[in-house]
Design a protein around this ligand. Structure first.
Ligand code: HEM
Length: 174
Protein backbone atom coordinates (compact mmCIF):
# COMPACT_ATOMS: atom_id res chain seq x y z
CA UNK A 1 0.00 0.00 0.00
CA UNK A 2 1.17 3.51 -0.85
CA UNK A 3 2.51 5.38 2.20
CA UNK A 4 2.97 8.78 0.56
CA UNK A 5 0.48 11.09 -1.10
CA UNK A 6 1.88 11.43 -4.65
CA UNK A 7 -0.86 13.80 -5.79
CA UNK A 8 0.72 16.58 -3.71
CA UNK A 9 3.11 18.48 -5.97
CA UNK A 10 5.81 21.13 -5.73
CA UNK A 11 4.99 24.56 -7.21
CA UNK A 12 5.52 25.17 -10.94
CA UNK A 13 8.41 27.53 -10.18
CA UNK A 14 10.13 24.88 -8.05
CA UNK A 15 9.59 22.23 -10.74
CA UNK A 16 11.07 24.40 -13.52
CA UNK A 17 14.08 25.59 -11.50
CA UNK A 18 14.74 22.05 -10.19
CA UNK A 19 15.04 20.48 -13.67
CA UNK A 20 16.83 23.41 -15.29
CA UNK A 21 19.34 23.49 -12.44
CA UNK A 22 19.87 19.71 -12.72
CA UNK A 23 20.53 20.03 -16.46
CA UNK A 24 22.94 22.95 -16.02
CA UNK A 25 24.86 21.22 -13.21
CA UNK A 26 25.38 18.17 -15.42
CA UNK A 27 26.85 20.53 -18.03
CA UNK A 28 28.83 22.86 -15.73
CA UNK A 29 30.67 20.17 -13.76
CA UNK A 30 32.36 18.37 -16.69
CA UNK A 31 32.89 21.73 -18.36
CA UNK A 32 34.71 23.08 -15.27
CA UNK A 33 36.86 19.94 -15.03
CA UNK A 34 37.74 20.18 -18.73
CA UNK A 35 38.66 23.88 -18.44
CA UNK A 36 40.90 23.33 -15.42
CA UNK A 37 43.30 21.27 -17.56
CA UNK A 38 43.80 23.67 -20.48
CA UNK A 39 45.79 26.85 -21.14
CA UNK A 40 44.16 30.21 -20.30
CA UNK A 41 44.36 31.45 -23.91
CA UNK A 42 42.39 28.43 -25.14
CA UNK A 43 39.53 28.63 -22.66
CA UNK A 44 38.36 32.27 -22.74
CA UNK A 45 35.15 31.41 -24.64
CA UNK A 46 34.41 28.43 -22.41
CA UNK A 47 34.92 30.48 -19.24
CA UNK A 48 32.42 33.05 -20.54
CA UNK A 49 29.81 30.31 -21.14
CA UNK A 50 30.58 28.68 -17.75
CA UNK A 51 30.12 32.00 -15.93
CA UNK A 52 26.87 32.89 -17.73
CA UNK A 53 25.32 29.44 -17.12
CA UNK A 54 26.69 29.38 -13.55
CA UNK A 55 25.10 32.77 -12.82
CA UNK A 56 21.83 31.42 -14.20
CA UNK A 57 22.06 28.57 -11.66
CA UNK A 58 22.79 31.14 -8.93
CA UNK A 59 19.71 33.23 -9.84
CA UNK A 60 17.52 30.10 -9.98
CA UNK A 61 18.86 29.00 -6.56
CA UNK A 62 17.86 32.36 -5.08
CA UNK A 63 14.37 32.00 -6.61
CA UNK A 64 14.08 28.37 -5.44
CA UNK A 65 15.14 29.29 -1.90
CA UNK A 66 12.47 31.98 -1.83
CA UNK A 67 9.88 29.47 -3.13
CA UNK A 68 11.03 26.95 -0.48
CA UNK A 69 9.60 29.24 2.20
CA UNK A 70 6.79 30.92 0.25
CA UNK A 71 5.22 28.28 -2.04
CA UNK A 72 3.26 25.27 -0.74
CA UNK A 73 5.42 22.13 -0.56
CA UNK A 74 4.39 18.47 -0.31
CA UNK A 75 5.11 16.73 2.98
CA UNK A 76 8.52 15.08 3.36
CA UNK A 77 8.59 11.55 1.94
CA UNK A 78 8.27 8.57 4.27
CA UNK A 79 10.64 5.79 3.24
CA UNK A 80 9.96 3.28 5.99
CA UNK A 81 13.29 4.05 7.64
CA UNK A 82 13.76 6.99 10.01
CA UNK A 83 17.40 7.23 8.94
CA UNK A 84 16.53 7.40 5.22
CA UNK A 85 13.78 9.96 5.89
CA UNK A 86 16.34 12.21 7.57
CA UNK A 87 19.04 11.52 4.96
CA UNK A 88 16.73 12.57 2.11
CA UNK A 89 15.84 15.88 3.80
CA UNK A 90 19.50 16.47 4.69
CA UNK A 91 20.61 15.91 1.09
CA UNK A 92 17.87 18.18 -0.30
CA UNK A 93 18.86 20.98 2.08
CA UNK A 94 22.57 20.47 1.38
CA UNK A 95 21.93 21.17 -2.34
CA UNK A 96 20.74 24.67 -1.52
CA UNK A 97 23.78 25.46 0.66
CA UNK A 98 26.22 23.94 -1.84
CA UNK A 99 24.69 25.81 -4.79
CA UNK A 100 25.07 29.09 -2.88
CA UNK A 101 28.65 28.16 -1.90
CA UNK A 102 29.60 27.14 -5.44
CA UNK A 103 28.12 30.29 -6.94
CA UNK A 104 29.72 32.66 -4.42
CA UNK A 105 33.14 30.95 -4.65
CA UNK A 106 32.82 31.08 -8.48
CA UNK A 107 32.22 34.82 -8.32
CA UNK A 108 35.13 35.13 -5.84
CA UNK A 109 37.41 33.20 -8.20
CA UNK A 110 36.30 35.42 -11.08
CA UNK A 111 37.21 38.60 -9.22
CA UNK A 112 40.33 37.48 -7.31
CA UNK A 113 41.69 35.23 -10.07
CA UNK A 114 41.74 37.97 -12.69
CA UNK A 115 39.11 36.28 -14.89
CA UNK A 116 36.94 39.41 -14.92
CA UNK A 117 39.71 41.68 -16.20
CA UNK A 118 40.93 38.97 -18.59
CA UNK A 119 37.46 38.61 -20.14
CA UNK A 120 36.80 42.35 -20.31
CA UNK A 121 40.22 43.18 -21.79
CA UNK A 122 40.44 39.98 -23.86
CA UNK A 123 43.83 39.26 -22.26
CA UNK A 124 44.23 35.67 -20.93
CA UNK A 125 47.61 36.56 -19.31
CA UNK A 126 45.70 38.36 -16.55
CA UNK A 127 44.37 35.01 -15.20
CA UNK A 128 46.40 33.88 -12.17
CA UNK A 129 47.65 30.33 -11.84
CA UNK A 130 45.17 27.87 -10.25
CA UNK A 131 47.14 27.51 -6.99
CA UNK A 132 46.99 31.27 -6.39
CA UNK A 133 43.18 31.48 -6.58
CA UNK A 134 41.96 30.51 -3.10
CA UNK A 135 38.16 30.52 -3.81
CA UNK A 136 38.73 28.13 -6.72
CA UNK A 137 39.73 25.38 -4.24
CA UNK A 138 36.39 25.81 -2.44
CA UNK A 139 34.58 25.88 -5.78
CA UNK A 140 36.25 22.59 -6.76
CA UNK A 141 35.59 20.81 -3.44
CA UNK A 142 31.96 21.95 -3.13
CA UNK A 143 31.26 20.99 -6.77
CA UNK A 144 32.64 17.51 -6.10
CA UNK A 145 30.59 17.08 -2.91
CA UNK A 146 27.49 18.22 -4.81
CA UNK A 147 28.06 15.66 -7.57
CA UNK A 148 28.39 12.90 -4.93
CA UNK A 149 25.11 14.03 -3.34
CA UNK A 150 23.51 14.15 -6.80
CA UNK A 151 24.38 10.48 -7.30
CA UNK A 152 22.96 9.65 -3.83
CA UNK A 153 19.83 11.70 -4.65
CA UNK A 154 19.21 9.66 -7.84
CA UNK A 155 20.00 6.36 -6.07
CA UNK A 156 17.46 7.35 -3.38
CA UNK A 157 14.71 7.92 -5.98
CA UNK A 158 15.43 4.60 -7.75
CA UNK A 159 15.75 2.65 -4.48
CA UNK A 160 12.48 4.12 -3.18
CA UNK A 161 10.76 3.09 -6.41
CA UNK A 162 12.13 -0.47 -6.26
CA UNK A 163 11.13 -0.94 -2.62
CA UNK A 164 7.71 0.76 -2.63
CA UNK A 165 6.73 1.07 -6.33
CA UNK A 166 6.05 4.75 -5.59
CA UNK A 167 7.09 7.05 -8.47
CA UNK A 168 8.08 10.07 -6.39
CA UNK A 169 9.11 12.02 -9.52
CA UNK A 170 5.39 12.74 -9.98
CA UNK A 171 5.71 15.25 -7.12
CA UNK A 172 8.33 17.26 -9.02
CA UNK A 173 6.76 16.93 -12.49
CA UNK A 174 3.66 18.31 -14.18
C1 HEM B 1 26.34 25.06 -10.07
C2 HEM B 1 27.13 25.78 -10.76
C3 HEM B 1 28.57 25.48 -11.04
C4 HEM B 1 29.26 24.28 -11.11
C5 HEM B 1 28.70 22.88 -10.93
C6 HEM B 1 30.64 24.61 -11.39
C7 HEM B 1 31.67 23.68 -11.52
C8 HEM B 1 33.00 23.98 -11.74
C9 HEM B 1 34.08 23.02 -11.75
C10 HEM B 1 33.95 21.52 -11.51
C11 HEM B 1 35.23 23.70 -12.00
C12 HEM B 1 36.64 23.13 -12.09
C13 HEM B 1 37.29 23.20 -10.71
C14 HEM B 1 38.63 22.51 -10.74
O1 HEM B 1 38.66 21.28 -10.70
O2 HEM B 1 39.63 23.24 -10.78
C15 HEM B 1 34.89 25.11 -12.19
C16 HEM B 1 35.77 26.11 -12.52
C17 HEM B 1 35.45 27.46 -12.56
N1 HEM B 1 34.22 28.01 -12.30
FE1 HEM B 1 32.51 27.01 -11.92
N2 HEM B 1 30.77 25.97 -11.49
C18 HEM B 1 29.54 26.55 -11.26
C19 HEM B 1 29.22 27.89 -11.24
C20 HEM B 1 30.13 28.94 -11.43
C21 HEM B 1 29.85 30.37 -11.31
C22 HEM B 1 28.50 30.96 -10.91
C23 HEM B 1 31.00 31.03 -11.60
C24 HEM B 1 31.29 32.51 -11.63
C25 HEM B 1 30.41 33.47 -11.68
C26 HEM B 1 32.02 30.03 -11.88
C27 HEM B 1 33.33 30.31 -12.21
C28 HEM B 1 34.33 29.40 -12.40
C29 HEM B 1 35.69 29.74 -12.75
C30 HEM B 1 36.25 31.15 -12.96
C31 HEM B 1 36.39 28.52 -12.86
C32 HEM B 1 37.87 28.33 -13.23
C33 HEM B 1 38.00 28.04 -14.71
C34 HEM B 1 39.43 27.69 -15.07
O3 HEM B 1 40.28 28.57 -15.01
O4 HEM B 1 39.70 26.56 -15.43
N3 HEM B 1 31.47 28.77 -11.77
N4 HEM B 1 33.52 25.24 -12.00
Amino acid sequence: MSKNNLTQKFSNGTIITHWLTALLILLLFPMGKYMSDIEAAEKMGLIKVHVILGMLVFIMTIIRSWLFFKAPRPEDLKTGSKFNDKLAVWIHNAFYFLLFGISISGIGAMILGGYGSALIGGNPDLILSKGEIVPLKGHEIMSLIMMILLVMHVIGVVKHYILTKENTIKRIFW
